[in-house]
Design a binder for this molecule. Sequence first.
Ligand SMILES: Nc1nc2c(ncn2[C@@H]2O[C@H](COP(=O)(O)OP(=O)(O)OP(=O)(O)O)[C@@H](O)[C@H]2O)c(=O)[nH]1
Length: 366
Amino acid sequence: MSAARPLALPPPDEARRQAALDAYGVVDTVPEQAYDDIVRLAMTLCDVPAAAISLIDRDRQWFKAQIGLNLRETARTDAICERAIQQPDRPLVIDDLAASGVAGPEALRIGGEPLRFYAGMPLLSPDGRALGTVCVLDNKPRTLTAAQLEGLEVLARQTQHLLELRRYAMEQRRLLSEREAFAQRLEDARADLQRRNDLLQHSATHDALTGLLNRAALAQLRDNPEAMLQLQQSPYTLLLLDVDHFKDVNDRHGHLLGDRALRAVADAVAASIRERDVAVRYGGEEFLILLPDTRLSSAVQVAERIRQRIAAAPLPFALTVSIGLAAGEPTRDWSEQVFDRADQALYRAKAGGRNRVVVDDTPMHG
Ligand SMILES: Nc1nc2c(ncn2[C@@H]2O[C@H](COP(=O)(O)OP(=O)(O)OP(=O)(O)O)[C@@H](O)[C@H]2O)c(=O)[nH]1
């Protein structure tokens, strides 16, 4: 008996047969009760000491389930099941291997003895590709009855159902994960769009140089009655800040340092106000700061803090600002009147020598 002698040539169209087997993803999986049960039934039905579900995988036969055998797999060249799958439409039955001159795998033993009897019922994919067999084996010659052969055929069909169920479950899992991946991509795209939208919204309402709100944001705020009501619920103060001699800064030190000076002003403002205060770069070197729920006395302290912070800013030249303040009352419209009064105070700060905070002192009526 030569173990290396092929029992039969691989079936024609082997690549498709192998692909059909691969589609089940069953080779090299762990033992499963359902397949073990089929093998046990085959053994009982045929009254033999060994049975297996054998799958022909590339250059080997691998047992998905087996009882009574000493191996989990054999070389394909040794597999009698290889011969069985050459005739997929009927079982291969060899009552006595010794008498028929067919050699089984040499290392395969049943109860310590070599194989003598073999009956294998081919397992087929739905398109007729032979995947392997449900087979029964013995170390003695024997003959199966027609009923036993019929039973073996039923068990092969049940095994095919199990394999189909497995493939269906795999397909469902694949579809599910595809759906999840698609949903994830959709969510990513939505989040990306939201991010871009936020960015767009941010750049539309913020000054690129200083990061403070811009004039468009101020216009949006003034057009939003709810937000305005919120800001004007209690006494508030409006500050107008203008950098002193900024034209000179630009002329002497250049625009780049001029920009740096504007950023230093914005930083000083941002560092001096609360979260709910509103700071706007109103013009080139003009800033508007609205302090809700803040009376003049406290607002003056804020303005002083800003002025001093700017004077102490780490710049290669001295930078000062002038600030005008005006108080707003909840009952009155802030926009024009308060703005004008803050502007007049700012004018007086400039006229008074700059680098100072001036409070509007016009009487509040009319
Ligand atoms: N570097 C820089 N300069 C700006 C920017 N926006 C406006 N400016 C400059 O700011 C200067 C403002 O000058 P003016 O309005 O004459 O006022 P000023 O020189 O600050 O004088 P006073 O306000 O009277 O103290 C102009 O030279 C503008 O070119 C900016 O974004 N960057």
